[in-house]
Design a protein around this ligand. Structure first.
Ligand SMILES: Nc1ncnc2c1ncn2[C@@H]1O[C@H](COP(=O)(O)OP(=O)(O)OP(=O)(O)O)[C@@H](O)[C@H]1O
Length: 472
């Protein structure tokens, strides 16, 4: 990415200019200009804006430090790196205070110079990009892009995500999508791709369960004979995606070795197919998603910090359904119509009272759970109104699976609910009844009751106090 950046070399010594020009050519920087007369620098900048200037401090007519001041006033965005003789280090240090990015003492350490320039260019391009994202976010309040039409929502946070995705549509940097299971990460990845109007296609792979060889083979492909059984060459997903996108789902489960390979791919934008010594270019955008908290994985030593840093530059965090309950009616309607179409049934009505019930539930499986609940209830509906009893029953069962007895906040309802139960209590009513029953059986001995319920005494006490204050 940086090699197309333009570099201006300014030094009165021709041999220094020659050797630096050669260095940048070797490093494949194609846009390099050399000026030996310090008086020509400011006129040159009137018509050209290099990304980096390498500026000698000691020059006849106009000193490098004087030029630096002029450049920083007129072109503050240009990265200026000073070059100095050994006896002028103190001036070089002064120059960094005046805005120079760094300084080098002659003879210049070439590999450090290239490293510093690449890093500076990377940081500049990142801050330019973030600035343009910010400008976009400030100018656009709401997105009406059809790329988001499959993501149904009336929630403001979700709508802000759409605007953000539009703002980063043309960026080549990776996108990280975070969210609990079933929140719609895959749908969002598709929207990230759709909104960018890429020429290539989007290819997806679920990382979970792939070992390093399978990951490398899937992504990079292999040459015939690369390993036992590789009887033909195989194109990897990167090649298949072309200028499109690669969606790596469940990135938190990426194998350690594969993390290093992915990091390298993102940094260098090129890769070797297995068994090949020909470097191939990656032109696809990398989109990743996970339901894991990556920070936690990093602390546990299961995810590389440097990879996380590269992946998270553009992060989309999808709120869980319990934080956007206003979406429930819309989604219920949609999933009910979808199920009816699929099952070739006529439209089924959803009673408004159901939404009140659903809004008390946490949906640990998020939108996917809601979709399955509605589908299931549609299959159990005989009339024109959704079988709400069945749905409530399913929710109670789901809640019991997600809140096992060990969970201090949850109680097992299986003890008192039978499939014949006609009108189900709400989860809160149900839990409260269970506590009452445990206290009755232990003659109000809270320690014993807590034991039966699988709670700590403090957790039970907390619940009782809460119930007292809420009057139930
Ligand atoms: N806002 C939404 N509008 C319509 N359908 C949605 C929405 N969000 C999710 N869905 C549907 O819910 C289901 C789950 O979505 P998706 O697979 O994108 O979730 P996910 O976050 O990738 O899940 P996982 O973490 O388990 O991979 C899909 O059928 C998807 O179409």
């Amino acid at each position: 990415m940086n090699n197309t950046s333009s570099i201006l070399l300014v030094d009165d010594q021709q041999d220094v200019l020659r050797s630096l020009s050669l260095l940048f050519r070797t490093e494949k920087f194609t846009n390099v200009t050399a000026i030996s007369n310090s008086e020509e620098v400011m006129p040159y900048l009137k018509n050209n804006t290099p990304d980096v200037i390498l500026l000698d401090i000691h020059m006849p007519v106009i000193e490098g430090s004087e030029l630096l001041k002029l450049i920083k006033i007129e072109y503050p965005e240009i990265i200026v790196i000073m070059v100095t003789a050994n006896d002028q280090v103190s001036i070089a240090v002064e120059c960094t205070k005046l805005g120079a990015h760094d300084y080098f003492v002659k003879p210049v350490d070439q590999s450090r110079l290239i490293h510093v320039i690449r890093n500076a260019l990377e940081n500049k391009s990142l801050s330019d990009e973030l600035m343009s994202v910010q400008n976009f976010l400030m100018s656009v309040k709401q997105s009406s892009n059809p790329a988001f039409s499959s993501i149904l929502t009336v929630n403001e946070e979700m709508k802000k995500l759409f605007v953000y995705i539009e703002a980063i549509a043309q960026s080549k940097r990776p996108v990280l999508i975070l969210g609990e299971t079933g929140t719609g990460k895959e749908l969002m990845a598709q929207a990230v791709y759709d909104v960018s109007n890429k020429k290539g296609k989007m290819v997806s792979v679920n990382i979970a369960g792939l070992d390093d060889t399978a990951f490398s083979d899937t992504l990079f492909g292999h040459k015939k004979g690369a390993f036992t059984g590789a009887s033909t060459s195989r194109e990897g997903l990167i090649k298949q995606a072309g200028e499109g996108a690669i969606f790596l789902d469940e990135i938190g489960d990426l194998d350690h070795q594969s993390q290093i390979k992915l990091l390298r791919l993102i940094q260098e934008n090129n890769y070797y197919p297995l068994g090949s010594d020909t470097l191939e270019e990656n032109n696809a955008r990398i989109i990743t998603a996970t339901h894991h908290e990556l920070n936690k994985l990093i602390t546990e030593g299961n995810f590389r910090q440097d990879l996380f840093y590269r992946l998270q530059i553009h992060t989309i965090r999808i709120p869980p359904l319990r934080e956007r309950k206003e979406d429930i009616p819309l989604l219920c309607e949609y999933f009910s119509i979808k199920a009816c179409n699929e099952l070739q049934l006529s439209k089924i009505e959803i009673p408004d009272s159901l939404y009140e019930f659903l809004s008390q539930y946490d949906f640990p499986g998020n939108v996917r759970e809601l979709e399955m609940l509605i589908y299931d209830s549609v299959t159990q509906t005989t009339g024109s109104v959704l079988n709400v009893e069945h749905l409530k029953q399913q929710i109670t069962l789901n809640a019991s699976h997600h809140n096992p007895v060990e969970d201090s906040e949850g109680l097992s309802p299986e003890l008192t609910i039978s499939p014949e139960t006609k009108t189900l209590p709400t989860i809160k009513e149900f839990n409260d009844n269970l506590i009452k029953e445990a206290l009755r059986r232990t003659n109000n001995n809270q320690s014993e009751a807590a034991k039966i319920l699988g709670l700590t005494r403090q957790a039970l006490n907390k619940r009782l106090t809460r119930n007292k204050t809420s009057g139930s």
